[in-house]
Design a protein around this ligand. Structure first.
Ligand code: IPM
Ligand code: MG
Length: 359
């Protein structure tokens, strides 16, 4: 059976890194004797330029029909006017919401060979392996009312942080299920000492924990969690948290790996269809220069194979190929390459595909 994969290159370095991940998927399909049909569609700033819409109907339709979606990045200075009516980010947020992708998995592993590229002490990083499960379709990102107004001649703006118990329960339950296949520990992160929505979050998380007697639950406040992440990163297994806290904490945790460029993500909902994207964003300063790190996109392709196509063995193969390339010294500029030794985006992709072919 042919699997349909929609490619959404997007903006900035998105097209460059998606090109490499696409080639990896094609190589894996050939090896596994599987057929993948790829479709390219526009999103974000590129879609605003072409269609005046960051999520054109044709893109959304294609994504709804697809088995999986691989996205590069959205956004850039060209579309950054804070007063603009349409923004690239609306494309990504609209897609997450329209497809009901409520859980964002961000695995962060510290590769020993990259410890020197991290500002954290190498001894702290040994064995760090954290899986973030970020709630993705609720909270401040989507809450209503959301507005800007002038009241009494002064400007005022409102965002709303709202969660229902069902929105909390489904993402926390997924975190527990994933913890079962790991070290059986879940840290639920909130701000229950201040926020009503966090008090509900904590209550529901405690109720869900009762369904999983084999998994340990701890609660932690987001501010102290932010500190513990850089002082004792090894003390975490699975972290589950609401949308905005998850956005912030996952960028912080990227310092474990030495580079934001190597972290993948999977956004999942009820079915097997998922949206896969590196977490690095569009990096406009690097765009078009062929220097971006394709590893985040390639590891996202591995997650796509595992979670949407049921090809766990092939996903392991891609992850092992990336690890082998890193172990044998392959580095893009962001990974602390020695001067003059940085691989280009294409050369890193090629190097990883060679490891796959040799496996
Ligand atoms: C992320 C990004 C997005 C988010 C932006 C681009 C809307 O920062 O995926 O972490 O905030 O969710
Ligand atoms: Mg972010």
């Amino acid at each position: 059976m042919t699997a349909t994969i929609v490619l959404l290159p997007g903006d900035g370095i998105g097209p460059e890194v998606v090109r490499e991940a696409h080639k990896v998927l094609a190589a894996v399909a050939a090896r596994a004797g599987r057929e993948f049909a790829f479709e390219d569609h526009s999103i974000g700033g590129a879609a605003i330029d072409q269609h005046g819409d960051p999520l054109p109907p044709a893109t959304l339709d294609a994504c709804r029909r697809a088995d999986a979606i691989l996205l590069g990045a959205v956004g850039g200075p060209k579309w950054d006017d804070p007063r603009a009516r349409v923004r690239p980010e609306q494309g990504l947020l609209g897609l997450r919401k329209a497809l009901g992708l409520y859980a964002n998995l961000r695995p962060v592993r510290a590769h020993p060979a990259l410890a020197a590229a991290s500002p954290l002490k190498p001894a702290l990083l040994l064995g760090v392996d954290v899986l973030f499960v970020r709630e993705l379709t609720g909270g401040l990102y989507f809450g209503e009312p959301r507005l800007r107004e002038v009241a009494g001649g002064r400007r005022r703006a409102v965002d709303t942080l709202v969660y229902s118990e069902d929105e909390i329960a489904r993402v926390v339950r997924l975190a527990f299920r994933l913890a079962r296949g790991r070290n059986q520990r879940v840290t639920s992160v909130d701000k229950a000492n201040v926020l009503e929505s966090s008090r509900l979050w904590r209550e529901v998380a405690t109720e869900i924990a009762a369904e999983f007697p084999d998994v340990a639950l701890e609660h932690q406040l987001v501010d102290s969690c932010a500190m513990r992440l850089v002082t004792a990163p090894r003390s975490f297994d699975v972290i589950v948290t609401e949308n905005m806290f998850g956005d912030i904490l996952t960028d912080e945790a990227a310092v474990f790996t030495g580079s934001l460029g190597v972290i993948p993500s999977a956004s999942l909902g009820e079915g097997s269809r998922g949206l896969y994207e590196p977490i690095h964003g569009s990096a406009p300063d690097l765009a078009g220069r062929g220097v971006a790190n394709p590893i985040g996109a390639i590891l996202s392709a591995a997650l796509l194979l595992r979670h949407s196509l049921g090809l766990g063995g092939e996903a392991d193969l891609v992850e092992r190929a990336v690890a082998a390339a890193i172990t044998t010294g392959a580095r893009t500029a962001d990974m602390g390459a020695a001067p003059g030794e940085a691989l280009s985006t294409a050369a890193m992709g090629e190097r990883i595909r060679r490891e796959i072919a040799a496996a």
